[in-house]
Structure formats: structure tokens, C-alpha cells
Design a binder for this molecule. Structure first.
Ligand code: WT7
Length: 656
């Protein structure tokens, strides 16, 4: 890559090496794909669907828009996602190729070939079938990063059961809510998980969830033995994973499902208190998982691909469980954390496994920059990272300083960074550079994935000129898009196809601006009440509901403030039922409320800063003035006129 200073922004152009043999080599190739999609939208997706997926029954209809915005892609086609990830690779002669390199928290490495993976998945799929789990049933998976996690997801896909993963950091209450909403028939969990040298319990949390009520649909609980800690096994309901697969056949006929069959539901935060069950399809979803592996990551047979996300988030679904396997790639699955045994763990693993494509979150990069600044020995320059050829970033905007550091110190100034913008709802990348084509600008996700009709509009849905900020929308449906919100189709329409845009534009929920010269997109942040903390999406209302559920709390308002490491930090303004606490008493209540939120939702939702007031700043009509709270959270001076406030004196109490 080389720098070019002729434009105002520093641009990084792809090197000869990145362009050579790239799936999209040069901007002409990128533009040609975009043109193909514009000229014949359905033909473009259909061509890729035929080339990249194996269909049991070919589709004849590409896109059915008759019930918009409930779009259907390839509706008369039949396929099986697990067949596309495993069997077809074995049939192609990749049986002995390593599919998964699992590295445990303690450094132990297990390699699983495609043949082994197929056998493990088939056995577990047969076990699930034996328990009566069938096509269309929902299965909740509450597992740490593990081979069994990927196997469980693939096994569900194999028998047409719809999985719903609940991140292992979520609380019993959060797990319960998701089990109930999904109406799951089975729960797959483990005795515990290893993280950062510690063994943490998981099954006790699952047990608690099942006692909270509303989980009567669960007939079977399957428990993976991981930590070997004490584990309660309830006779007639619970079974060890290893006992369940014992003696099962290695052959399991896949359930051939319609392309629209729900592959999974994944809960994510919205602007109201209740998380949304984002429902994804089988065919369209898998198509874009594979297309983005091919184009964004330029995946090749010899690559070693590593996505550091957890399978509990969409990134882990698309870029661990489905995309890499459907491409016959070798990938890393990592159980641990980036800072154990020290903050050189990622770099050491890249060196040891000769990782070629590395995909992580800005938060991780920023925390590793800090660690390397404090301790030379964990600086990436101490490691041989010469195997790397492409770097990726996902989950939140990457600030230019972190981008430059990642580019120079991890990528050695030779690896393009693909800053991929997408969402749980989009299933796969929406905007991202192409590594062998797009000139890079730090902090910009650059241009749409070929075929994605992204735009920036005003409140009426009209395009705004380049250089002017607005609302990010997508003008046409795409194959891997959300199909509905489980149990709540009205909320799906309201959230994503609002009447403001005549129901014609997909509303991403982010603001964006296009560069006046290049047309490059930069995401300016959420335009709803959703926060992004360490790349994890959190609804402010969700945290507020948790806070007001505490017996001491009368009222709470939650906002975000910028944070050097986590991107955004959670700040809560709380009014207690009793007198406003100060000094040590306030400190004790802060701890109590933080732990409470951790218990209600999960540790990721704990407010970093909690401030107490006798009231919250409100207008005379009683509306909380969040704009003021955001300023207070940032420590900004309130300069504007606050005379419309009912209670201006409150501001002093909330200064923090
Ligand atoms: C929200 C989606 C995409 C998988 C992980 C997060 C933000 C995501 C970027 C990026 C700027 C980004 C957006 C988006 N976001 N990627 N490259 N640049 N912002 O999925 O939990 O559904 O969150 O994350 O705000 O709407 P998610």
C-alpha cells in the first residue's frame, strides 16, 4: 500500500500484492459488479446464489416483493445450510482439511477436520432428533466459545431447527426472557466456561433461568462438560452432551428446507426495553455470508481466517459458524480473552497459527494499544505477524488513530483494513472496502458491498447531497436481510420500514455522511436510543427498566458518553425513592446498582458512572431532557438557556 496526499484525506491504495488474484481486483472490477447489480438486480443475486450455494431444488423465483416489507428471496428453492458448510466440502475432497483450529483459554489446541466436523454435527443432530427436536422448533444455545458451540448451531441447521444463541455473559433473567419469547423446546449449555484463567459457572445460571417461570416449553437441557465443576443434572430433563452423542450414527440426512426457512433468531437491543428477536433466513443469509467471505475477505484455500467475535453475536454467526465453513476455509475458534495470559495473546496466536485474515473490533485494538504502550513485551512488533494479508474491523466506528496503529503495527503497513459496517439485522457486510480494490480512508467504511443500495437521506427520505449528514437507509431489499421480528411483525415494520419513508426504505438506525469528493460513507453514530459499548449494542431503555426494577430506585435515565477504550460508556442518572445519597453512602448505592444491572441483564450492561439527583432535568411538560443529560455525562458546561426547565437547580447535583 502506498500513501497519496493529493486529496485532503490520506488515502491508502491497494498494493500490487493485494490486487493480485483478488476476487475483486481494482476499482473497475468493483464498479462492474455494482453496475451488474444496478442493471439487473435480481439477476445479480441469482447468479451468485447459483454459483456459490448448492441447492437441493433450484429456485425459479428470485425475489418476491408481493408482501413487502416481508420480502422473500429464492422462495421456491430448497437447500440445507449444514450440507453447504460440511458435506459439500467433504464431497469436494476437503475431508481432511482442518476446518476449525480451537485454541482454549489455557492455550491447548484442538484441530477438527471437515470430515470430523461433519461426523460431530451429524451425531449431535441425530441426538437432537432422538429427543424429538424437529424442523421449525426453536433451540436456545447458551454456550461459551467452543467446538461444541459451532457443532450445536450446525446440528440445528442440519435438522431445520431454528437456533437462538444467548451470549454467555447474559444473566439468568435475560436468558429466561429469550427462552420464553422464542418458545424454545431445548436448551444447550455447559457446566461452565474458562475465561482469562478463571472457571466461571454457566449451568447454575441456566438452572436459575428455568426456575424464573415462562420456560415450560423447554423439554431437554443438554450440558457440555467443560470446566468439570459441580453441576446439577436434573433427571428426566438434563443430559450430558457426551452421553447424548454416544452411539449416535455419523450419518444424518439433512432436512431440506425452503430458502426462507428461519435458520436462526438472534436477540438484539432496540430503542424500547424489550430486545428484538431478529429472524434470519437460510438461503439468502447463507448467500451473503459466502459472498462477503469471497469479496470482503478475499478468502482463498490456503487462508487461515480468524474472527475474534463470540458466537453469541451476529459476527460470530456469519464469520465463524457459517461463512468460513461454507467456503471450506480453515478458521480459528478462540475460547479466551485478548489479555490473558497477557495482552500479546492475539499477536502470539496470529504468529503460531500463521493467521492470514484477522477480523476484530476497534475496542479490542484500543485496549491492546494501551497495553502495548505500557508494556513493550506485548507490542505486536515482538511477534512475527508476516502471515497476515488482510485485517478487518467491525462493530463500531474505528477512530483514525486506532486505524493507523492497527495498519502499521499489526498489518506492517502492507495489509488493507476492511472496516465493515453492518448490523445484526443485515446478516452480512453492507458497506466495506474491497481489499484488492478500494482506496482506504481511516475511519470510513468507504462504499457499499456490490449490490447493496445504501444511501443517506433526510427525514422525508430524499437523498441529501454528498458532504451533508443524514439518515442511513438501504433502498432495495437484499438476500441476507432480517425477515421479521420473532413474534412481533408490527414492530419489524415500525422499526425498519417506518411510514416516514412510505415503507420503502430500510432504516438502519445510524446517521451517516458521504465525503463530498469520494462519496465515501462515514457512520456518525446511532440516531436512536441505542448505545454501543465495546461493540456491544445496548438499549438505554433496557438499562433504565433494569434500574427502576430495583426497590430503591424511583426514576432513571441512561445516556452514553464517549470513552477512549469502549467507544461509548454507560452513564445513569438516578433518582432514589429515599433521600439523595452523598459520600460513602452514594458509593455503596452505586456498587449495589451496578451489580443489580449486571444481575438483571449481564455485566456488559453495568453503568460505568451513576449519578444521583433529587429529580431529573425535565421540561414543564415532564419530558426528560436527554440532550442536557448527554452534556452532563460528557462533563460539558451547560451554556444554553435552561429557563424552560422545570427544575434548573437539579443540573448542579448531576454534574458528577
Ligand atoms: C451497529 C450494529 C455488525 C456486527 C456487530 C455489531 C455499529 C457496526 C460498524 C462500523 C461504524 C458500526 C452501528 C450499527 N457498527 N459496524 N464498521 N462502523 N459503526 O452488530 O450489535 O447489530 O450493532 O453497530 O451503529 O448499527 P450490532
Amino acid at each position: 500500500m502506498s500513501n497519496n496526499e493529493t486529496t485532503q484525506q490520506k488515502m491508502y491504495y491497494p498494493s500490487e500484492a493485494s490486487m493480485k488474484n483478488a476476487a475483486i481486483s481494482g476499482m473497475d472490477a468493483y464498479n462492474a459488479l455494482c453496475k451488474e447489480a444496478e442493471a439487473d438486480y435480481q439477476g445479480y443475486w441469482a447468479r451468485h446464489a447459483r454459483e456459490l450455494l448448492d441447492w437441493k431444488q433450484p429456485f425459479t423465483t428470485v425475489l418476491d416483493e408481493s408482501n413487502a416489507p416481508f420480502f422473500k428471496w429464492f422462495p421456491d428453492g430448497k437447500l440445507n445450510v449444514s450440507y453447504n458448510c460440511l458435506d459439500r466440502n467433504v464431497e469436494k475432497g476437503l475431508g481432511d482439511k482442518v476446518a476449525v483450529i480451537f485454541e482454549a483459554d489455557n492455550g491447548e489446541v484442538t484441530k477438527v477436520t471437515y470430515k470430523d466436523m461433519l461426523s460431530r454435527v451429524s451425531k449431535f443432530a441425530n441426538a437432537l432428533r432422538g429427543m424429538g427436536v424437529k424442523k421449525g422448533d426453536r433451540v436456545v444455545i447458551y454456550l461459551p466459545m467452543s467446538i461444541e458451540g459451532v457443532v450445536a448451531m450446525q446440528a440445528c441447521a442440519r435438522i431445520g431447527a431454528t437456533h437462538s444463541i444467548v451470549f454467555g455473559g447474559f444473566s439468568a433473567q435475560a436468558l429466561r426472557d429469550r427462552i420464553e419469547d422464542a418458545g424454545a423446546v431445548a436448551l444447550i449449555t455447559s457446566d461452565g466456561q474458562h475465561r482469562g484463567g478463571k472457571a466461571l459457572p454457566l449451568k447454575p445460571i441456566a438452572d436459575e433461568a428455568l426456575t424464573l417461570g415462562g420456560c415450560d416449553s423447554i423439554k431437554n437441557v443438554i450440558v457440555v462438560k467443560r470446566t468439570g465443576g459441580d453441576c446439577n443434572i436434573v433427571a428426566g430433563r438434563d443430559i450430558w452432551f457426551h452421553d447424548a452423542v454416544e452411539g449416535q450414527s455419523e450419518v444424518c440426512e439433512p432436512e431440506w428446507v425452503d430458502a426462507e426457512h428461519p435458520l436462526f433468531i438472534l436477540y438484539t437491543s432496540g430503542s424500547t426495553g424489550k430486545p428484538k428477536g431478529v429472524q434470519h433466513s437460510s438461503g439468502g443469509y447463507l448467500l451473503q455470508a459466502v459472498m462477503s467471505m469471497k469479496y470482503t475477505f478475499d478468502i482463498k484455500p490456503d487462508d487461515v481466517f480468524w474472527c475474534t467475535a463470540d458466537i453469541g453475536w451476529v459476527t460470530g454467526h456469519t464469520y465463524i459458524t457459517y461463512g468460513p465453513l461454507a467456503c471450506g476455509a480453515t478458521e480459528i475458534v478462540f475460547e479466551g480473552v485478548p489479555t490473558y495470559p497477557d495482552a500479546g495473546r492475539f499477536w502470539k496466536m496470529i504468529q503460531n497459527h500463521k493467521v492470514t485474515i484477522f477480523y476484530t473490533a476497534p475496542t479490542a485494538i484500543r485496549s491492546l494499544i494501551k497495553a502495548a504502550d505500557n508494556n513493550e513485551s506485548v507490542h505486536p512488533k515482538q511477534y512475527d505477524l508476516s502471515s497476515l494479508r488482510i485485517l478487518g474491523s467491525v462493530g463500531e466506528p474505528i477512530n483514525p488513530a486506532a486505524w493507523e496503529w492497527y495498519y502499521e503495527n499489526v498489518g506492517g503497513g502492507r495489509c488493507p483494513i476492511v472496516d465493515t459496517f453492518w448490523q445484526t439485522e443485515t446478516g452480512a457486510h453492507m458497506m466495506t472496502p474491497m481489499p484488492g480494490a478500494t482506496p482506504l480512508v481511516p475511519g470510513s467504511c468507504t462504499l457499499p458491498f456490490p449490490g447493496i443500495m445504501a444511501a443517506v437521506v433526510d427525514e422525508t427520505g430524499t437523498d441529501v447531497p454528498w458532504g451533508q449528514g443524514g439518515i442511513l437507509v438501504v433502498k432495495r431489499p437484499w438476500p441476507s436481510m432480517i425477515r421479521t421480528i420473532w413474534n412481533d411483525p408490527d414492530r419489524f415494520v415500525k422499526s425498519y420500514y417506518p411510514p416516514d419513508f412510505q415503507g420503502k426504505l430500510y432504516l438502519a438506525g445510524d446517521g451517516a455522511i458521504r465525503d463530498a469528493e469520494t462519496g465515501y460513507f462515514t457512520i456518525t453514530g446511532r440516531i436512536d436510543d441505542v448505545l454501543n459499548v465495546s461493540g456491544h449494542r445496548m438499549g438505554t431503555m433496557e438499562i433504565e427498566s433494569a434500574l427502576v426494577a430495583h426497590e430503591k430506585v424511583a426514576e432513571a435515565a441512561v445516556v452514553g458518553r464517549p470513552d477512549d477504550v469502549t467507544g461509548e460508556a454507560i452513564v445513569a442518572f438516578v433518582v432514589l425513592k429515599g433521600p439523595r445519597p452523598t459520600g460513602d453512602e452514594a458509593k455503596a448505592v452505586v456498587k449495589e446498582l451496578q451489580n443489580w444491572v449486571g444481575h438483571e441483564i449481564g455485566p456488559i450492561a453495568k453503568p460505568k458512572d451513576i449519578r444521583f439527583g433529587e429529580n431529573l432535568p425535565k421540561t414543564r411538560s415532564g419530558k426528560i431532557m436527554r440532550r442536557l443529560l448527554r452534556q452532563l455525562a460528557k462533563g460539558e458546561e451547560i451554556l444554553q438557556d435552561t429557563s424552560t426547565l422545570e427544575n434548573p437547580a437539579i443540573l448542579d447535583q448531576l454534574k458528577g
